[in-house]
Design a protein around this ligand. Sequence first.
Ligand SMILES: NC(=O)c1ccc[n+]([C@@H]2O[C@H](COP(=O)([O-])OP(=O)(O)OC[C@H]3O[C@@H](n4cnc5c(N)ncnc54)[C@H](OP(=O)(O)O)[C@@H]3O)[C@@H](O)[C@H]2O)c1
Length: 387
Amino acid sequence: MTTVPAYSISTETIAQEQERAGSDLADFDVSNVIQLDEVELPPVGPNDVRMKILAVSAEHNIDHATTADTINIADARGGKMYPGNSATGEVLEVGANVTKFKPGDVVVTHCNGGPDEYGFPTRIWAYDAEDSIGWYAKESVVGDWQLIHAPLDCGLNLWEIAALPLRAPTAYHLWRRAIGIYRIKVPYERRARVNVLGFGGGVSELFLMLAKAEGHDAWFCSGSPERRAALEKLGIEGIDQKAFNRFASRDDVRAFTKECRARTDGELMHVVCDMLRGPVFAAGLACTARQAVNVSAGWQLSQQVDYNSTLMSVKQVTIDHTHYETPEGCAAATELYGKVFKPTIHKEVYAWEDLPRAFQEMHLNTQTGIPIVRVADDMPDSVKGLL
Ligand SMILES: NC(=O)c1ccc[n+]([C@@H]2O[C@H](COP(=O)([O-])OP(=O)(O)OC[C@H]3O[C@@H](n4cnc5c(N)ncnc54)[C@H](OP(=O)(O)O)[C@@H]3O)[C@@H](O)[C@H]2O)c1
């Protein structure tokens, strides 16, 4: 058995921090909950790959896991979990049946933790998939079906590649669902170019890059000037969410709808990527055109939504809920690294020891792009030109 350093989240550290911070989530310090630990790796089975983790991205589900604001997932996992469902790694060893990978290959993970009969995840790896050990660790043993060759010649650096394993397939799935549903209602020959709006963070940014690459007009509604500026360089117009008080009142939503009308020559939005729900949901519905589609794979601000069914029926608006891609869809999304997906990275690449701080800064919403943690000190020669 090999034991490696790995971060964990336990019911004990959650309870201690809840006790310290009280009921106010604003005082909650995520870095007190996610702690450096050790994990025993399973033996390398015939279909397994052992890999050295090079870099990981911080994902928002850790905020849910540490604050236990949706469900107490550490508790559901038996008291402790090893998180991390987005990684870039180097293959160290392969099992007897593995032909797709060899030692030295650089790979990215996907986090589909157990596909249903159509390939969609019933569980997410290192979150609710039973016995899954995450990739915020120095090394890992995974099934070969969970890995995809990293496209090292795609034009992105290693940190940008490391930003994409979870977010790019999510965005890819959201986009193909949203545009597919829209096209059932309004076929291409009736309307080629559509107006696309995305709210918030990294997934929406990638969603808008897909829309823009296919020739549509795209707007990014975010509170971060740095993130808006990065997207404007790609021709995606920014809308300052804070100018509408993050939709705290009906008047803010009305003002936002007016702004969307002005920016789209009165047409409003045909496709909206929400990702946050809560107050964003109402704003995302208010600014929709007839036949529009509203999609989300996130529920950061609320798990519940409320809408006027009559109004949405009359407008023929579809509200769609997605989760994550099939393994095949994840591979397809990886083909678009660098060509379509050019992620915005937070200005600091965090050191391994600073991973808990990366999550606290994500909790405080102070990051200027997708947060990346460098896990390996020594990088393989194949990526040294990408640092
Ligand atoms: N189902 C899946 O497979 C899947 C995959 C990835 C993500 N998700 C979920 O989707 C959500 C977004 O993920 P992400 O990776 O795109 O996000 P991210 O890169 O972590 O960024 C989150 C963004 O949310 C915005 N935000 C934070 N607090 C807000 C508030 N109070 N009001 C409005 N906006 C706020 C911030 O944007 P500004 O401050 O710039 O406005 C921030 O950039 C998360 O809940 C995540 O768990 C689900």
